[in-house]
Design a protein around this ligand. Sequence first.
Ligand code: HEC
Ligand code: HEC
Ligand code: HEC
Ligand code: HEC
Length: 393
Amino acid sequence: MKTLISVIALALALTGCTENKEPAAKAPPSATVTPAAKPVAEKSVGGDAAAGNAIAERECKGCHGLDGRGVAPGIPHLAAQRARYLLLALTEYKEVRRTHAALRELARRLTETELRNVVAYYASQPPVSAAAGAKGVQQASLLEKGKSLAAGCAKCHGEDGNSRTPGTPSLAGQQPHYLVTAIQEYHRGDRRTAAMKSMLRDASRLELESLALYYASRAPAQRPAPAFGDPAAGEPLTAMCGGCHGPGGVSRDAATPSLAGQDPQYLVRSIKAYRTSRQHWGMQRYVAGLSDKDIENITAFYVVQKSQPADTVPSSARDLAAKCDRCHDTEDSAKMVVPILRGQDKDYLVMALRAYRDDKRESTTMHKMSIIYSNAIIDDIASYYASQQRDKR
Ligand code: HEC
Ligand code: HEC
Ligand code: HEC
Ligand code: HEC
């Protein structure tokens, strides 16, 4: 579950984060700070690049190349990275705030001066060309991937996830975490339905997530009142549902489904299912006391409510990157030492982001940011950055 902790309000959470966490450098520059101007900033580690060359040749070349290009996927490019960040990273390995046996050993064995020199050397190398690091460029965007997978669902769930088949639920606008869970429940046989059981059995988590994000982003259609039930009689009964399912059945919680605008037959059947076969501690309790008539009225109420797309999905990696760049793409980082992401190796970026999310790499800032990422979003943003050209330093 941890991996999908939730795709919750990604956009929201990010805005929240970046708002409070605007680079510390935005504070008035203090007199004691290292030289602030761009080119001079690199000098702050004070290394001798020529002396560093020899160390790179001796100690690092086998993995990072002499040109600072990781020799295999998963090994970061060091070329044209900020020197202060490289030095910080080596310190982190040394102090085991980041774990890597070989680097820890190296960082302990080399003197402080040697470390500064080798860092100055790699920082001064010309950037790895993005073309070489750009395996991801051609890759379809996340939503496009989801869309192509969704083609196989359209015949029952409708184009764009708005079902027109009575008894088959709409998926448009549905909360993405819930959608993934639901599909997994069918696979495990927790929800018994012939139609859904075999669907997507072999899909990877990444595929399920992109599918879920795709549906979450679709606009749900407004539905007419069903032939049964009375929305006005149903409304007061939904008071106890709204705390979880949201006012008017538009859920704000990634694990709780929206009910607004859902197919009426499906709603009746699924509410009843919690009285018999479908397991959920919360739901079973809340529906146990409802009569069949109550269920019809509640359903009539939710069916006619106006739904909306789940507010969770950055429309593109580019949008998301705009938030990351407030820290990562500014030279104005007098206090915070932040790595350049553009042109980095994709596999390395994926690894690093998962490590922050799963608490395997220390950084309060990055952990808070990435706790909300699904693997699919991580994959997308990593491809995006890998395809961007890094500037010459
Ligand atoms: C055995 C292969 C190997 C050798 C030798 C090696 N590295 Fe690394 N280096 C790696 C790998 C793999 C990572 C990513 C580790 C991780 O996930 O934290 C890395 C990460 C780094 C980072 C962090 C980069 C970032 O973007 O956070 C720095 C800085 C670094 N190495 C510098 C060096 C220097 C300087 C040398 C030589 C003194 C060196 N490395 C030798 C494999 C190696
Ligand atoms: C043959 C028709 C059919 C196809 C094709 C189909 N489904 Fe379904 N799906 C259903 C029916 C019927 C239900 C309601 C089952 C139930 O009552 O539990 C359902 C339920 C679901 C649910 C649960 C929704 C909720 O609100 O709990 C999800 C999620 C879902 N389908 C996703 C998909 C995806 C994704 C695909 C395509 C890969 C797909 N389905 C293909 C018929 C189909
Ligand atoms: C304590 C929080 C909570 C309350 C209160 C609650 N629900 Fe739920 N409901 C959930 C969660 C979580 C799920 C998803 C459970 C699952 O995965 O089976 C759910 C699922 C459902 C579903 C299935 C939707 C689908 O797409 O398959 C329906 C229908 C539903 N609830 C109706 C209601 C109604 C009606 C009420 C009030 C009488 C209510 N719920 C009260 C949390 C709640
Ligand atoms: C509030 C500032 C801030 C924001 C916003 C931010 N980061 Fe970071 N990021 C940092 C800092 C500081 C580090 C260095 C932490 C460390 O030393 O491990 C970092 C490190 C990273 C690394 C490790 C890079 C490497 O070379 O090892 C990756 C990957 C990363 N961030 C990706 C992102 C992405 C993607 C976003 C946007 C979704 C983002 N960051 C938003 C501050 C930020």
